[in-house]
Ligand binder design. Sequence first.
Ligand SMILES: CCCCCCCCCC/C=C/CC(=O)SCCNC(=O)CCNC(=O)[C@H](O)C(C)(C)COP(=O)(O)OP(=O)(O)OC[C@H]1O[C@@H](n2cnc3c(N)ncnc32)[C@H](O)[C@@H]1OP(=O)(O)O
Length: 316
Amino acid sequence: MLSSKFIHAFTRQIYHTNLITSATFNVIKKHNSTHTKNDLVLVDVNDKTGFSIVTLNRPPVNSLNLELLSAFSSVLDDLHKNNSRGMILTSSSSTVFSAGLDINELYKPDMDRVRKFWTSLQDCWIKLYGSSFPTAAAINGHAPAGGCLFAMCCEYRVMLPKYTIGLNETQLGIVAPTWFMATMKNTIPLRQAELALTLGKMFKTDDALKLGLIDEIAENKEDAIHKCEIFLKKYQKIPQTARALTKQSYRKNDIMELENNREADLQLFFLAISDPRVQSSLGKYVAFLKLKSRMKPILEAVKFLKGIFKSKKKKN
Ligand SMILES: CCCCCCCCCC/C=C/CC(=O)SCCNC(=O)CCNC(=O)[C@H](O)C(C)(C)COP(=O)(O)OP(=O)(O)OC[C@H]1O[C@@H](n2cnc3c(N)ncnc32)[C@H](O)[C@@H]1OP(=O)(O)O
């Protein structure tokens, strides 16, 4: 049974949004696209379908820092207020959907900033996972951890070949919050979710499809967006309120669990990142990522030389 508080909150959310015509909506209508502060999140509305393509745009890897999360949170508010017909979430990078949380926010954090950061992440999750409008993710690159989380919040996922997706937190020596886990449990079978979470497993596109972590594979970004549009169009024949309430009822327990325990979740997060062992793991990970990035030209040169040797061998 749905609690009356829940019904009231969500029906208010759904019915009232139909009546709102905000200033932002006018901007969207007029220019067909809006950019947030610093262009960290780009929004383009397709005139014909009414679907919004929301592009995470924080080079090089869309790591989720406070500013990107705040921008995304306000975009989600705008879509909600404007009674969006559907959202497609994607990335401006050609190889990374999102690298997840910006490790620099977690490593040796400023406590004031990290409070805002975690609260913003909670906001984004509540708004995206519980959105009244339908959502799909065009995963046009790697999607580790927080990147996977945002993709899983969407109702449909289309991914490009040869990338990886998963909640890899345990590999970093950290524990995924319970609401990250709940999102995965809502996406793939329970036992597979437990294995994936404890192993911190990253799945290649093909394996993610077999597991049900994604729904389709696309040839390229345009194809992925097209496939997401086909998915969203299916809802055009379904009464909007019935669809939204069904989605929100389905996800209600997970959302209420966080809504009712936001401060406790924040305190748990503080406790976790204050642990010297967690800080040590994060420090090593930051150093590893930096080293890997610096080694890239050398690794590419080695790959190139290997290619030359191989083709010479074939000729001989
Ligand atoms: C019971 C409940 C307890 C609750 C306790 C709570 C505890 C806290 C929970 C915290 C949850 C965290 C979830 C997360 O999202 S953590 C982030 C995990 N992300 C990753 O592991 C991804 C790391 N990145 C990569 O694997 C790769 O970068 C990539 C995404 C596959 C892309 O590879 P590519 O080769 O294209 O790019 P580079 O690796 O060369 O990276 C380019 C530059 O970007 C920097 N970088 C990469 N990822 C991040 C990141 N996540 N944050 C910050 N910076 C990142 C990298 O260092 C390079 O920078 P440089 O060129 O300046 O060195």
